[in-house]
Design a protein around this ligand. Structure first.
Ligand code: ZN
Length: 323
């Protein structure tokens, strides 16, 4: 979510892209490695983004980027990595066809407990509650009662991400019981199936990484739960798609959402690197278990993607936050 109006942002992004400032900024930053973080996106928008990214950057796999950052291996200038969090089922029809068309590699971080399941992750239920304007006031903490859904979704999500995990689970459960959702309504939050995962991994274009088993905020659960979530996720990946250098993404991924202990657990579980949602680019010698990313989504025009990926967007004071 940005602080400024949508149309204002759009105009701004295009102006930046066409003024050549973004190109200048890209040239300055050509030795830095850009990792983009997507969640879900529709097919035509992603195709437009990828057309631009493929002709402007050298799209490399996360494994290649990690070899350059961690072990000094050579990478082309203007290297960019595509990553997708959560592993929504729509990825197979909206993103994968464009990746094949442009032969662009990408990494998808799976919440392994929901792969192939009809059930949906907890944040999907909150989103559904918001879309359906569900009547949940009486289960909410006092300070959120009476807040209109327009701002309630954001406040509730922020609240659930910062409370101890038990509270998050108990409140989400109460909210879930209040929602009557059809199969179609739940479908947008469902994750890929293991067969789709295997098929895409065999293509050599898409690699899969871990994003825990149920998507708790790892700094809000006890150490044993955190270790279990990470280790079970690694075991699921290995059992279903086999061993490989795999990477990890911290749920939510902000500075307060993981810590040194969690980083150690990810390493112990055998992951080769971990990405955050902390904004920035990467270079040789950077911490492989706290890689920086730039969040992009389907509401952005190509001009805005250009401005964000180049870093100019932030330099000129545009907002931006992780999700
Ligand atoms: Zn996520």
């Amino acid at each position: 979510m940005q602080s400024r109006g949508f149309s204002c942002r759009r105009l701004y992004g295009s102006a930046v892209a066409y003024s050549g400032l973004a190109a200048l900024q890209r040239a300055r930053q050509r030795h830095r490695i850009v990792i983009l973080a997507y969640h879900d996106i529709d097919a035509p928008t992603f195709k437009r983004h990828l057309e631009f990214l493929a002709r402007t950057y050298n799209i490399v796999s996360l494994t290649e980027a990690v070899a350059a950052i961690g072990h000094g291996e050579a990478l082309p200038e203007r290297a960019l990595v595509l990553t997708f969090d959560d592993g929504f089922r729509s990825f197979y029809t909206t993103v994968y066809p464009s990746l094949r068309q442009f032969q662009a590699p990408a990494t998808v971080f799976l919440i392994t407990g929901y792969v192939g399941s009809d059930d949906i992750p907890w944040f999907g239920w909150i989103d559904l509650a918001s879309r359906k304007r569900a009547d949940i006031a009486d289960v909410l903490p006092n300070f959120l009662r009476g807040v209109e859904w327009l701002s309630l979704r954001r406040s509730l999500m922020a609240y659930l991400k910062t409370v101890p995990d038990e509270e998050r689970r108990s409140l989400t459960e109460k909210i879930t019981l209040r929602i009557e959702a059809s199969d179609e309504e739940k479908d947008r939050y469902r994750l890929l199936t293991w067969n789709q995962v295997r098929e895409m991994e065999r293509s050599g274009l898409v690699s899969f990484g871990g994003h825990t088993r149920t998507h708790p905020i790892l700094s809000r659960v006890g150490l044993d739960t955190a270790r279990q979530e990470i280790a079970d996720c690694a075991a699921d990946l290995e059992r279903e798609i086999g061993p490989a250098p795999r990477h990890f993404a911290y749920p939510n991924g902000g500075p307060a959402d993981f810590n040194e202990q969690v980083k150690g657990m990810v390493q112990e579980a055998g992951f080769a690197s971990a990405v955050t949602s902390i904004r920035g680019t990467n270079g040789p010698g950077d911490d492989l278990f706290a890689l920086r990313r730039i969040t992009v989504d389907g509401t952005l025009s190509v001009g805005e993607v250009a401005a964000k990926a180049s870093g100019l967007w932030f330099q000129l004071g545009q907002g931006g936050m992780y999700m």
